[in-house]
Design a binder for this molecule. Structure first.
Ligand code: FBP
Length: 344
């Protein structure tokens, strides 16, 4: 669905948004274009993955102990190379890099920080199930000249300037926010352009889906079990929902954003801090969902208010339709306040 009869490219859309900010320098717009380029390159490789030697494991494991896939590393390099030489960025950090990666010496240094998960849903790469790239953009906090570093990366989610994701699904979509609503663009491979297909996305306050890995049931706290049971069987005002779980956060998040729903990855005995990463998974999606009228919580506090202590810090995540998240957070927070935690 092209927006009305007009074909609106993402470049044109970003430029029109920029005009709303006379103080804008155009650097953020150009950085978003750089990410569009990276998305097109990754999309091309994902779409041809079965035909080229890019499937399978690359060998090493990343800082979270996940086996790095060849496509993970390709996507990681592609995003970094697309943003690091432009003079718009001072440092990048990603799930696949142990430490932040400052702009190399001799390269122009800019005012933005890019945090990203180059390929989310790695376990689904080789089986042709939807995967994604997640990005978060901050303004640097360290002195202007010279490469950026860890302090520039460890910023609270509320400080994000822009965030979004690319979904490599039945089509390739880029969804982002700069704090002026959430907008979706579909890649038209026949012209190689992202075209506006979903303007001003809003998510219903009550969702029809719940998305959680129920195989973790016995590792959950009683409160987490009660919340999921309520979404399955109903409780009070909560009506029973349909279950959907792809195992790729971006794909599960996107479905629930468009159709209404809640995604949960609670803390459990295997992941006492949750499994998902705060800075380049939870916080960027929290910015998107709040801009679409939804909510994101760690069970006790809004994700966007969590102060990061470490680059690869994990967090429990409850995200999606606002009334459903409020219901879950109330029960989880009560348990936490009573000192409850995941059964040993
Ligand atoms: P990465 O693939 O980027 O490491 O992301 C983690 C992830 O795959 C999420 O996309 C997904 O929601 C979750 O882990 C699935 O975990 P599990 O297999 O434990 O349900």
């Amino acid at each position: 669905m092209v927006h009305g009869s007009e074909v609106i490219t993402i470049e044109r859309f970003i430029m029109e948004q920029e005009r709303l900010h006379p103080e804008a320098t155009g650097e953020l717009s150009n950085l978003l274009y750089d990410l569009c380029l990276a998305a097109k390159i990754i999309s091309r490789h994902v779409r041809r993955a079965g035909l080229t030697d890019i499937l399978g494991a690359a060998g090493p494991v990343n800082v979270s102990g996940d086996l790095q896939q060849k496509l993970d590393l390709f996507a990681n390099e592609t995003v970094r190379h697309s943003v690091q030489h432009t003079g718009r960025v001072c440092v990048t950090a990603s799930e696949e890099d142990q430490e932040p990666v400052p702009v190399p010496p001799g390269k122009p240094v800019g005012k933005y920080v890019v945090l990203y998960d180059p390929l989310d849903g790695s376990t689904n790469i080789d089986v042709n199930v939807s995967i994604g790239t997640i990005f978060s953009i901050h303004r640097r906090v360290t002195k202007k000249n010279g490469p950026g570093g860890l302090p520039d990366c460890l910023q609270v989610g509320r400080k994000q300037i822009a965030a979004g994701y690319i979904l490599y699904g039945s089509s390739t979509m880029l969804v982002y926010t700069t704090g002026q609503g959430v907008h979706g663009f579909t890649l038209d491979p026949t012209i190689g352009e992202f075209l506006l297909s979903h303007a001003d996305i809003t998510t219903p306050p009550v969702g029809k889906y719940y998305s959680v890995n129920e195989s973790n049931w016995n590792r959950w706290t009683p409160a987490a079990q009660r919340v999921v049971a309520a979404f399955k069987d109903g409780e009070g005002k909560i009506q029973p929902k349909n279950a959907r779980y792809i195992g790729s956060l971006v794909a599960d998040f996107h479905r629930n954003l468009i159709s209404g729903g809640i995604f949960l990855y609670p803390a459990d005995t295997k992941n006492p801090q949750g499994k998902l990463r705060l800075l380049y998974e939870a916080a960027p999606l929290a910015f998107v969902v709040e801009q679409a009228g939804g909510r994101a919580s760690d069970g006790c506090r809004p994700i966007l208010d969590l102060v990061p202590a470490g680059l690869h810090q994990k967090t429990p995540l409850v995200i999606g339709s606002k009334d459903d998240v409020a219901f879950a957070a109330k029960i989880l927070a009560a348990e936490a306040a009573a000192g409850g935690s995941a059964p040993k």
